[in-house]
Design a binder for this molecule. Structure first.
Ligand SMILES: Cc1cc2nc3c(=O)[nH]c(=O)nc-3n(C[C@H](O)[C@H](O)[C@H](O)COP(=O)(O)OP(=O)(O)OC[C@H]3O[C@@H](n4cnc5c(N)ncnc54)[C@H](O)[C@@H]3O)c2cc1C
Length: 485
């Protein structure tokens, strides 16, 4: 007899290369299930927008196969168990997740189901490699990205599984909530995201095609420039699992082979390297479960931060008086996304110029980023803050004005997101407070009124940050002690 298998969908909202779905479809009849966990603290994050429309897309796609995606809300463990018992399911399949909370929830769920004689199978759905098996010669996790990267290149990436050829539904009526009843979209903040994104599997494929026909060809050379459309903008699709990372990897490998052109190969390899940064962040989250909350370098436990709610709010609202920082923070609020180069600049500014703990930035990004995921976000913040294992040294303090001059050549990016500076000549766009009074007047700018004066002076803030850093170096006598050696 065919097995009856419940397949859980979480951050893998797709049908293609979904190992749990693929194996379930090849083993028996399936019941696809999504449960909105209402116990989570972040109930109004930008990601809810993405989840809502990804689920809508998934529902429609399943209905093309005469199948229904069951939606529920509440405590995940009790709901899965209840549904499995009610439907007399033989098994529950899901893809593994990586954060400590998610892993402990999955373990708990598996124990309870097994105690009720229900089979449980977990699959690797979200990485290119089996990262848990990647260890250095001392059988420890790699601490340096380059070594991890070289090691990954010796491994064979998993091949994507494609979409199951046949899917057969449970012959049973199971009631489902309507998508609206998940109450994912509270408030108006989300509406504007429609101007920039089309979440779900179909949107993911369109975005991917756009990138491989355009940006990929210049990716290595131009990815840092803020107005050149050379980056993929695949991150929100990847975070929700609308598209499989192995599919992206394999497509790129095939393109390298077909084009057989060394210059093109270099551009693509640079993109593939970014996908391995993502693997590295998952690897670190698995190796150090407190990665998203605690500085990995233990000497930072003695660092004297300077919590200041006014500065924090100015940063969040894009009102710091540093145009590139403000442009990035406003782009984030408007679109749920920010360019990687600007993420580094705004993060460095928060942690080093303003001396706010990086965890404050992590939380704001968790709330506002459509592509938020614990692994990448923790790695980003710990890298910039100098607190991570393989991170930028603390004393590398970005000068926001110089970063703007370098990567937003004529100020187009700033003018787009900080429109009150639109009439300022490009020469002053990164530092309006240095513009002569007549020029400011001509540009209709009154500093301190229509646009803020810098909330800290760059040179003073830089010197202050370095002094604080030297203090922990003196106190601990080391720069690179790690919490979890
Ligand atoms: C402070 C900070 C916080 C960040 N938080 C997140 C986050 O929550 N979620 C997130 O996906 N990325 C995060 N990043 C990494 C990076 O900024 C984004 O992945 C990238 O900007 C997404 O845009 P893209 O898809 O166009 O990237 P592309 O340049 O086109 O890269 C393709 C893919 O590679 C991966 N990737 C690229 N850069 C990185 C990186 N530095 N680290 C890990 N993976 C990478 C992503 O999956 C990305 O979608 C953060 C970076 C910083 C500095």
């Amino acid at each position: 007899m065919n097995k009856k298998i419940i397949v859980l969908f979480r951050n893998d909202l797709r049908l293609d290369d979904h190992p749990a779905l693929w194996h379930a479809a090849n083993t028996g009849a399936i019941l696809p299930l999504y449960i909105q966990n209402d116990q989570l603290p972040e109930q109004d994050s930008a990601q809810h927008f993405w989840t809502y429309y990804s689920l809508q897309n998934l529902q429609i796609t399943f209905s093309n196969y005469d199948m229904q995606l069951i939606l529920q809300k509440g405590d995940v463990i009790s709901q899965v168990l209840q549904l499995a018992l009610d439907t007399q399911a033989d098994a529950v399949y899901f893809n593994e997740r990586f954060s400590e909370t998610e892993r402990s929830e999955d373990e708990h769920l598996a124990n309870i189901l097994r105690a009720n004689d229900i089979e449980v199978k977990a699959f690797y759905g979200d990485t290119l490699f089996d990262v848990t098996s990647i260890r250095n010669q001392q059988n420890k996790p790699y601490a340096i990205f380059t070594s991890f990267y070289k090691r990954c290149l010796q491994e064979l990436a998993r091949k994507p599984l494609g979409r199951p050829a046949n899917m057969q539904a449970f012959p049973m009526n199971v009631s489902s909530l309507a998508l609206e009843q998940l109450q994912l979209l509270n408030g108006n903040w989300y509406n504007k995201f429609h101007n920039y994104w089309r979440p779900g599997m179909d949107g993911a494929l369109d975005q991917w095609e756009l990138f491989i026909e355009g940006g990929l060809y210049d990716y290595k050379d131009k990815r840092d420039y803020l107005t050149k459309e050379t980056i993929s903008k695949m991150s929100p699709f990847i975070a929700a699992g609308n598209i499989s990372i192995r599919f992206l990897w394999t497509t790129c490998q095939e393109l390298i082979e077909v084009e057989d052109n060394a210059a093109f190969g270099q551009q693509v390899e640079s993109f593939l390297r970014q996908l391995i940064w993502r693997e590295f962040s998952i690897y670190q989250l698995l190796s150090y479960p407190s990665f998203s909350t605690i500085s990995l370098r233990s000497n930072f436990q003695h660092f004297e931060w300077e919590p200041n709610s006014l500065h924090l709010v100015a940063w969040k609202k894009g009102q710091t008086g540093y145009p590139l920082v403000d442009a990035g923070m406003r782009e984030l609020w408007e679109t749920g996304y920010m360019h990687n180069r600007v993420r580094m600049v705004v993060a460095s500014f928060l942690v080093k110029h303003l001396l706010q703990p990086w965890q404050e930035g992590y939380s704001w990004f968790e709330h506002t980023l459509l592509d938020f995921n614990a692994a990448n976000n923790a790695m980003g913040w710990q890298w910039v803050s100098g607190t991570g294992i393989d991170s930028a040294p603390y004393f590398r303090i970005f000068n926001p004005s110089l970063q703007g001059e370098k990567f937003d050549l004529d100020g187009t990016y700033i003018k787009k997101w900080v429109p009150e500076l639109a009439n300022l000549p490009s020469k002053y766009i990164n530092a309006p407070h240095t513009a002569p009074a007549a020029i400011l007047e001509q540009a209709h700018i009154t500093l301190g009124d229509t646009y803020p004066l810098p909330i800290v002076d760059h040179k003073t803030a830089r010197a202050r940050a370095l002094k604080r850093y030297n203090a922990i170096k003196k106190a601990t006598g080391t720069e690179d002690k790690k919490v979890l050696d």
